[in-house]
Design a protein around this ligand. Structure first.
Ligand SMILES: [Fe+2]
Ligand SMILES: [Fe+2]
Length: 224
């Protein structure tokens, strides 16, 4: 049983990545709403960071709503997936509110005037998210692998890999965001999912100028 934990492993790594970035987004929102942004680079970085976080949240929820939950509903008929979907909808409304603030700038960095609104929205997202994943992991993720064969879980994960990747555009921001919000061990696992040109060429070199402003929000050893 232990060797087939693909569903849990791949979901928990995404939960850890999103959890860390929500914590960073809230902590820094408290700071920026009180003290403002030290410079434009930090404001740009925070805007990009929040944008990537919203994209990852949206994608993760869609993966669950459209692939995972429907598949497992048959295997776990007594599991209340509808409660989990309801949570997703509540979070989606908040994501849309955050996105509307991000879109206001039309690419310009105008977060300064929005931080008083961003802070409560991010705090609400955080409260909902951490309760949600605790419940979701408890009733579903931690047991999911016991209800599928290895072949089925690999097929399921293959479907997820190909699902709505358009939501991650631009990759020049979202891929570094994903990797550098993970601790080194998780990052290594995630990096193995990517073609080498991404980890060896595009992310560290070609795209660096685009994502570099987010680096103050990444894990400490981002350049390690
Ligand atoms: Fe969920
Ligand atoms: Fe989840």
């Amino acid at each position: 049983m232990e060797e087939n934990k693909f569903i849990a492993a791949s979901t928990l790594i995404i939960h850890r990545m999103i959890s860390r970035s929500i914590n960073v987004a809230v902590t820094r929102a408290e700071e920026f709403s009180q003290q403002g942004f030290e410079d434009e680079g930090l404001e740009e970085g925070y805007t990009k960071y929040l944008t990537c976080l919203m994209k990852n949240l949206e994608h993760h929820h869609l993966v669950e709503d459209e692939i995972m939950f429907p598949f497992f509903q048959d295997r776990l008929p007594n599991t209340r997936f509808d409660h989990l979907v309801e949570d997703h909808h509540k979070i989606t409304a908040l994501i849309e509110a955050v996105n509307s603030k991000l879109a206001d700038g039309e690419g310009e960095t105008t977060m300064k005037g929005h931080m008083d609104e961003i802070l409560p929205l991010m705090t609400n997202i955080s409260d909902l998210w951490f309760d949600h994943i605790e419940y979701e992991e408890d009733i579903f993720i931690n047991i999911a692998d016991d209800f599928v064969s290895q072949d089925e879980s690999l097929a399921l994960l293959g479907n997820i890999d190909d699902f709505r990747n358009d939501l991650f555009e631009p990759f020049s921001l979202t891929l570094p965001f994903i990797l550098f919000n993970l601790e080194p061990d998780d990052r290594k696992i995630m990096a193995m999912e990517l073609p080498p040109e991404f980890t060896e060429e595009l992310i560290p070199h070609v795209w660096k100028e685009e994502w570099e402003s987010m680096s103050p929000f990444f894990v400490d050893d981002v350049n390690g």
